[in-house]
Write a protein that binds this ligand. Structure first.
Ligand SMILES: [Zn+2]
Length: 149
C-alpha cells in the first residue's frame, strides 16, 4: 500500500495571536495579543480533510511541529479534520471562544466573553469532537471542569 507523502504545511496566522510552546512537545497554545469584547470575531479559519494515515507537519515561523492524530485533529471515520494554526487551540471546560461555521470548510472563532491581552484562547472540544476516541483528563482548572472529556 502506498503511504502518502508527509505534508509540511507552512501556516499563516493572524498577528493578533502568538503561538507559544514550540519544539516537539505538545504544550502548544494560542495567546491573544489584543483585547476582544464578547461576540467579537477573534479569527476566521478554514479546515481541510485528510486520510487518517496522512502525516502533517505544521510549520510556523521556524518551528516544525509533527501533528499527532490523538491531539490535533477531529477524527471522523477514516478521515481527519485539520485546523491549521487552530490545531494549537487548547480545550477548556469554561472556554473563552466558540466556533461559528461560515461554510462547509470555514468558521469564525468568536469571543464568548471578554478576552484580555496575554490570555490563552480556548474552546470546548466536546462541542465538535463528537467521535473523539481518546478521552483525556482535563486540567483546565476551571471551577466547572468536567474532568474527563
Ligand atoms: Zn476542564
Amino acid at each position: 500500500m502506498n503511504k502518502p507523502d508527509v505534508i509540511i504545511d507552512r501556516v499563516q496566522y493572524p498577528d493578533t495571536i502568538t503561538i507559544v510552546g514550540g519544539g516537539a512537545i505538545h504544550n502548544m497554545s494560542l495567546i491573544s495579543n489584543r483585547v476582544y469584547e464578547m461576540g467579537e470575531i477573534v479569527f476566521s479559519n478554514t479546515i481541510q480533510t485528510f486520510p487518517l494515515e496522512q502525516q502533517i507537519i505544521l510549520c510556523y515561523d521556524d518551528n516544525y511541529i509533527p501533528l499527532d492524530n490523538d491531539e490535533h485533529f477531529t477524527i471522523i471515520g477514516n478521515v481527519k479534520i485539520y485546523y491549521g494554526f487552530d490545531s494549537f487551540c487548547n480545550h477548556s471546560c469554561d472556554p473563552n471562544c466558540h466556533h461559528i461555521p461560515t461554510s462547509d470548510n470555514s468558521y469564525q472563532m468568536i469571543a464568548s466573553r471578554k478576552i484580555h491581552i496575554g490570555e490563552e484562547l480556548t474552546c470546548d472540544y466536546a462541542v465538535f469532537d463528537t467521535e473523539c476516541k481518546t478521552h483525556f483528563e482535563c486540567k483546565c482548572g476551571s471551577a466547572i471542569c468536567r474532568g474527563i472529556i
